[in-house]
Structure formats: C-alpha cells, structure tokens
Design a protein around this ligand. Structure first.
Ligand code: F58
Length: 834
C-alpha cells in the first residue's frame, strides 16, 4: 500500500470553483498564463480555446470524482461498452450545456473581448469512428450518463482518426486527420495504470502442483496499453461517466539488447512497431479490412479493457464475481475476441476451471450486430489468427469442439448444420467467424431495428436463433436529443420549451405534447421561422467556408451519410438528372425549387463510391452553369461530413433521404436525427425507417419501393436491369446522357463504369425502383407547394420522435440485457436533476 497523505486536510468537495462570470474570467486568464504560458495580447484563438476548455474541465471534475466514488464504493453492476469506434463530436459546447454554465461563460468571454461561439466553432472533433456505429456508441455514452447508469466506454485512442475529406476538381481527396495537433484538453492520462499486451509466440502445456493441466502463453513480443480518460457528463444530473481510450506504447522505450549490440535502428524499430497499433483508424465502413494490424488493434482493445476491469474489481472482491460486477456489451464483432480473452484470463491467469469460466464469460457478454451484408461479416484467416494469437486459437478451437458437440446432440446427423454453424469456416482457406464466436460466447444477441433483428434471426444467424431462441432480442437504435436537438437546434429547442415547458429533453416522449400545436397557425409560423433561420445559418456557413451560394427559400433535400451503393446516393442523383432533363425540355409542372445537399465520405479504396461523389459534383457544376436550370435546381456536395458539420445540416433539412435498398440498412440513425429536426422523410421500408413511419403515420412519410422480402424475391428470380431499361425509355435516355458526357463534357466516358454497373448488374435495384422513387418525389413536390400542410407534417415528425431517443434504447438494454439499474450520485446541493 502506498503511503497516503491524511486526506490533504480537505475533501475534494471543499475545492469550490465559482460558476459566476467573474470567477470564470479570472480562472481563464490564469489558465492562459499558467497552463499555456500566454497572456491576452499574444494568445492565439487556439490558446483561448484551450484555456477555456481547462476552465470548464476543472468545473466538471467534481461530478466525475463523485460518480467514480459512488460506483466504486457501492455494490453495483456497471456497463462496460466495448467499441473500436466512438464519434464523440466537439466537447466544449456540449459540456457547457450539461454543466449549465453557458451564460456566465459567454459573459466572461465577452468581458474579455472574446466570442464564445468562435471558440466553440474553433474546436476540432475527435473523429475516432467511421459512421453510424461509432456515433451510436457516443449517443449511448451520453444516455448512460444522463440515466445515472454506471458505465465505462473502452476504445482505442487512434492518433489519426477518420480522414478529413476535401473536394478537389470534384473528387474526394483524403487528408490526414490531426486531431491531437492543437491539443485535446478534455482527456486525462492515467499514469498509474498500464497493461501488458502480448502477440505471437507459442504456448506451453504443463500440469501444475495440484495435478491440473495449465496452459502458458509465451508471446513473441509485448506492448503496453496506457489509458486516457475523457469525461462524459450526464444532462440535468450530477452524474459523469468516462470514456477510456487506450494507446499502445513500447514496453521498454528501447530494446536494450539491440541497443548494446549497436543496432540502434533495430531498437527504435521495435518501438515504432508497438506504437503503430493505435496509429490509425481503418477508414472502411462496411467491408472489414482483414489486415493484421486491424486484428492487433482489436486484441489490444479487448485485453486492455478486460485486464482493467479485473484490476478494478480485485481491489474489492474476488474474480468469481466478475459477471455480477460487469455487463459487457460488444459493439459489433470488432471486440468479439473478448470471448476468448476472458476465457484465457479466467482459466490460464486466474486458474478457474473451464466450465465455470465459460459460464462466467457467457453471463458477462452480449453482442450487438450492425450488418447483414455477407461481405461485411468479419472473419479472420486462421493462419493469421493463430500466428498472432496462438493461445486464443487453442481456446477458439476448444470452444468450437464443445459447441459442435452440443449441436450434434441437438441435431443428430445434420452435417450441413454443423458446417454452417461452426466457428471455423472450412470452405476454402480456414477462417474464424467472429459473429458466431460472439453469439456463442454471450447470453444475448441483438439487432438494431425491428426489421433488422428479424432478418438477423431469419438469415445470417438463423441456425443460432433456432438453437438458442431466448438469446435473440431487438433493441432499436436511438440518438441523443441533447446533442441533436438542444445543441444543434437552439431555436427549435426554445420553441418547444415555450409551449410544453422544461423536462422533455430527458423524457422525449413528451414531444407528443407539441402535436396539437400543429393546428395553431401562429405556432406553425414560429416553427417555420425557426427552420428558415436554420437554413439561413447553413447558407451563411456554406458561403463563408466553401464559397457555395444556396437559396434558403428552396426546399432543402438532404442525404448525408457514408457513400455506399446500398445507400443509393446514385438513385438520388438519377432523380436530379431526370429533373434537369425535364426542365431543359420545358416540362416544369411538379418541379419545385430544390437544393439537393449531399454529404458523406467514401472509403478511400471504394472506387464506385468515389465516382458517385464525382457524379454529384459534376451534376452540381453543370446545373450551376445553366441559367435556366439553376432557378429550380441546385446540387451541393458538402465536404467533410462529420459530427460538427452534421449539427449544422440536420436543423436545416426539409426532406430526409433514406432510400437504401430494403433489407440492407440495419437501422440508420441519421433518419432519426433529421426527423427530430422537422424533416419529412422520403424512404424505403428499411431499417428503422419502418418504425419511424409507424410513429409518424403514413400521411407524413413519403414511402416508396419494395419490402425487404420483395427485394429478396426479385433477386432470387434473377433480376435483369436491362428489362427495366427496355420498359422505361426515359430512364434509358438519362443513363445515356450520363454515359456520354452530359455532365462531363471534358471527359465524356468518365461515368461509363457507373452506368455499366447499373445496366449490367445493379445489385441494389436502383433502376428497378427509379420510377416509383420519382413518382414519390412528385408527391413531395406537391406537398411542398402547400406550405401549411408541409409544416403540419414537419411538426408531426418532431412530435413523434420520442421513441428514438437513445435514452429509450439504453433503458431497453438495461432492462432486457444488462440487468443494471440507475445509481443516484449524491451531489452537495441536491440531485442536480431539474
Ligand atoms: C451502421 N454500421 C449501420 N458500421 O450501417 C447502420 O444501419 C446503423 O444504424 C449503425 O451502424 C448503428 O447501428 C456502421 O456504421 C461501421 O462503420 C463499421 C466500421 C468498422 C468496419 C465495419 C463497418
């Protein structure tokens, strides 16, 4: 036990920090000087931002320390969220909101001649994720904290997050994300904690003094994992959780042997190799990269997180209580190695017998699936897996042997089922099926929307759902209304509060109370004013940062998400090309002035996605040059879609494009964020769209396209896009125009590969659904012309979004899967709940 000073004669609660503007101003100047060695006059905007962030961080530490103490001292089960990605978004504005100190801080800055909004704007976000999955993890962290549930999110502190996207000559260009360069003031490195992570090497098997067989893993190399914690404040509560991100470091700064032998560079090499593990986030959204470094990242995350859980609990209790202490959620299969790692820690390190360890592992873990697309399901080639993780390979094979025995007992003689269910895929090169491992190794599996969970049970995990039906559940995704309404759309927030009072941000079903106001003309007018102001704000930003001019009186038709063929941005673009053609031909009935805003990143190696971006920019340029068409149409590709930019776009949207091929989008969460901000959706019956439509009502949702079952049936029957083109000469003509350079006169064959892919295979039924989509867009235009009716629909959308709060999703997980409860954190001046 290290010697502790006698509580330093005081309690942390005694260190009071003023929340008034004078104290904030004083501390700000002090931080500028003592932390940054700057003083007003020579300080840069970044210095000002950092100084303010430190001032704010000081003011949230009490909550953090108090929450940590409450959880540590109590007998509670905590949630451990394991995710390879978190897209937290900018922190400053969010923390000010949650601390409730925005006004005094604004005043303090003003008194110093600074503008708080500029400092908030200055902050770069940590882009430690690709898209929906990473942002979901961040929304869940927000809700866990707000619902006072003890939780730690474990992840990877990538030095370089998702690339920044620039558009040059109409093409996507990737720029390295340097989020740590200006300094990330929110995190605190925990110097006392580090865990050793082994890779490669061999195993040894021996019998110990008690006659029990024991395995020993002798890794070939080891690295260290060190944690950095970022606080996650709850809203309207004194609770604060944290995100613990792990960075890899060399185990010894220099390998001494190599150094002494004069191999200076060899020694440095080893250091660099270790640190590479957490260098960079893989930028693929649906297709797993399959690279050794990626597997190293996954194991690194899992072992650091699990060793850390064990370290903490052993300070108070014994290892057998692990499942009572922790509910561990696997965010997709990226942390699925937790199954084998827990078994290794229990059996090899803590000497627990296999059966007990297996029971403990299963009771602790549960798994969320986020995709049905076969190519997106993770597998690892067995040779790679076993060379990197020899002991885990033995464990997987043993789990598999026992599991297949069970299958054999249940379904005697069913060889087909055995090979389908095996954790090892033996068709071709052997590989480990991570989704099977995660399903077998836990007690719950969930999909992320009702349709997706059903398809999961009926398709990719069908045999498992048959054998373990009680394991399968649905938890429909949700998003946090604090970031995606309160922070992004202050105008809407105060309008709602004006009519229904406070409290709805933590009880989102209460949004229903605004529904009756749809019939109130003056409310409708105020509601429209908010939307217009948001559109103007976006327009100002587009003009100032990208030199793009848009007209806020037009309908803002928005599709923002990763670029992927299944999401069908090209279907959207075909509609634009069709509108353009009609305008040129003078057929303008049912055409309303629209600005199409498209945003999203393409995986750097995904050629078709990059070509879709190029098509969007090409159509945009062509229309902008055409004096007639530009009166009716604009296409704007908004560069660098990330959380920060999303917060500008969602509040300004009139129409939300959710047009994936049914059965392909697991849930979608942008669909929820847009509807919460009053956009009407045009969409297919895919993912959570189904539930959004149920909530909103069919009148206020523009539905088109096949059901997931019809899509399956169409493909099964042998879909031929050429048949569609033969029946629809207008569509064929539009494809011809794109193919022959209408939008790329300098390079007429630029889009030939895209058109060819649609004509020859069209795996996502773009052509098959073109006509029904265009017809549905005509209804959109007609509805837009009736401003009052549109506004009613828009209000109805906001009013119906209560279910899609991530608070509801977290309550579902807590009740159905984790069995955790709210733990009130005592705050000196009351509960903190308002
Ligand atoms: C997304 N998946 C789903 N994966 O596509 C979306 O429907 C769903 O709403 C969301 O998860 C949340 O459940 C997704 O974003 C990734 O980004 C992975 C990153 C790592 C490689 C594999 C894909």
């Amino acid at each position: 036990m290290t010697k502790q000073p006698r509580a330093y004669g005081m309690n942390p609660d005694d260190i009071a920090l003023g929340l008034d503007s004078a104290s904030i101003r004083h501390d700000f100047v002090e931080k500028l000087f003592f932390e940054l060695a700057k003083f007003p006059g020579v300080a840069t905007r970044n210095d000002h931002y950092l100084a303010l962030a430190y001032v704010v961080r000081d003011r949230l530490l009490h909550r953090w320390v108090r929450s940590a103490r409450t959880f540590f001292e109590g007998e509670h089960r905590a949630v451990i969220y394991l995710s390879a990605e978190y897209l937290m978004g900018p922190q400053l504005g969010h923390n000010l909101m949650n601390l409730g100190i925005e006004q005094p801080v604004r005043d303090a800055m003003e008194e110093l001649g600074l503008d708080l909004d500029e400092l908030i704007e200055h902050e770069e976000e940590p882009g430690l994720g690709n898209g929906g999955l990473g942002r979901l993890a961040a929304c869940f962290m927000d809700s866990l904290a707000t619902l006072d549930m003890p939780a730690v999110g474990h992840g990877i502190r990538y030095e370089f997050g998702i690339f920044d996207q620039e558009i040059r000559d109409g093409w996507q260009v990737e720029k390295t994300d340097m989020w740590l360069r200006p300094g990330f003031p929110w995190e605190i490195r925990r110097y006392g904690i580090e865990h050793v992570v082994g890779f490669g090497g061999r195993t040894e098997h021996a019998v110990d003094d008690k006659g029990i067989p024991r395995a020993r893993w002798i890794p070939e190399r080891v690295v260290k994992g060190v944690p950095f914690d970022t606080p996650v404040l709850g809203y309207a509560t004194g609770n604060a959780n944290f995100l613990r991100l792990w960075r890899a470091e060399a185990d010894q700064e220099f390998n001494l042997d190599a150094f002494q032998a004069g191999e200076y560079f060899g020694a440095v090499d080893a250091k660099i190799r270790s640190e590479n593990i957490t260098k960079i986030l893989y930028p693929n959204d649906e297709n797993p990269a399959g690279k050794q470094l990626r597997l190293e990242q996954q194991y690194f995350l899992v072992t650091c997180a699990l060793q850390d859980c064990i370290r903490l609990m052993l300070q108070k209790t014994t290892i057998d209580e692990f499942p009572d202490k922790y509910a561990i959620q696997l965010n997709d299969t990226h942390p699925a190695l937790a199954v084998t790692e827990l078994m290794r820690l229990f059996v090899d390190v803590h000497g627990i017998d296999w059966d007990t360890a297996w029971d403990m592992t299963q009771r602790s873990l549960s798994y969320t699936n986020h995709t049905l697309m076969p190519e997106a399901l993770e597998t690892w080639a067995l040779p790679l897996f076993s060379s990197l993780l020899p002991r885990h390979t033995e464990i997987v094979l043993e789990i598999n042997r026992r599991f297949l025995d069970e299958v054999r007992k249940r379904y005697p003689g069913d060889e087909g089922r055995l090979s389908r269910m095996s954790l090892i895929d033996e068709g071709g090169e052997k590989s480990v099926r991570m989704a099977h491992l995660a399903t077998v190794g836990g007690h719950a599996v969930n999909g992320v929307a009702a349709l997706h969970s059903r398809l999961l049970r009926e398709t990719v995990l069908r045999d498992f759902a048959e054998m373990y039906p009680e394991r399968f559940t649905n938890v429909t995704n949700g998003v946090t209304p604090r970031r995606f309404i309160a922070l992004s759309n202050p105008g809407l927030t105060s309008l709602i509060t004006d009519v229904i009072g406070n409290g709805w941000l933590t009880d989102l079903e209460r949004l229903h109370e605004i529904a009756p106001f749809a019939e109130d003309a003056s409310f409708r007018q105020r509601f429209r004013q908010v939307k217009t102001a948001n559109k103007e704000r976006l327009a100002r930003w587009l003009a100032a940062t990208h030199g793009i001019g848009v007209d806020p009186s037009m309908l803002f038709d928005v599709q923002c998400k990763r670029i992927h063929e299944y999401k069908r941005q090209h279907l959207n673009l075909l509609h634009v090309a069709w509108l353009y053609d009609r305008i040129l031909r003078g057929e303008r009935d049912d055409v309303v002035p629209r600005t199409f805003l498209i945003a999203g990143k393409a995986a750097p190696a995904y050629r078709m996605a990059k070509l879709i971006i190029r098509l969007a920019t090409a159509i945009g340029e062509t229309i902008a040059r055409d004096p007639l068409a530009r009166e009716f149409l604009r296409v704007v590709f908004v560069p660098d879609f990330n959380v920060k930019n999303a917060q500008r776009i969602y509040p300004a949207a009139d129409l939300s494009e959710q047009i994936s091929t049914a059965g392909k989008e697991a849930s979608g969460t942008g669909n929820m964020k847009l509807a919460m901000n009053g956009a009407l959706t045009i969409g297919t019956l895919d993912g959570a769209n189904v539930e959004i439509r149920d909530a909103v009502g069919p009148e206020d949702f523009f539905l088109f396209g096949m059901t997931a079952d019809e899509v399956t049936e169409t493909t099964r029957r042998g879909y031929d896009p050429r048949g569609v083109l033969a029946r629809d000469p207008e569509l064929a003509a539009i494809l011809d125009q794109i193919r022959t350079g209408r939008f790329s006169p300098q390079q007429p064959d630029l889009f030939a590969p895209l058109v060819r892919s649609l004509e020859e295979s069209d795996p996502f039924l773009v052509l098959a659904e073109f006509r029904t989509y265009v017809d549905c867009q005509r209804q959109v235009a007609r509805r837009w012309n009736d401003t009052d009716s549109w506004t009613r629909g828009s209000i109805q959308n906001v009013a119906s979004m209560g279910r899609f709060s991530s608070d509801r999703a977290i309550r579902d997980y807590a009740r159905e899967i984790w069995k955790v409860e709210r733990v009130a954190v005592e705050t000196p001046g009351g509960s903190g709940r308002s």
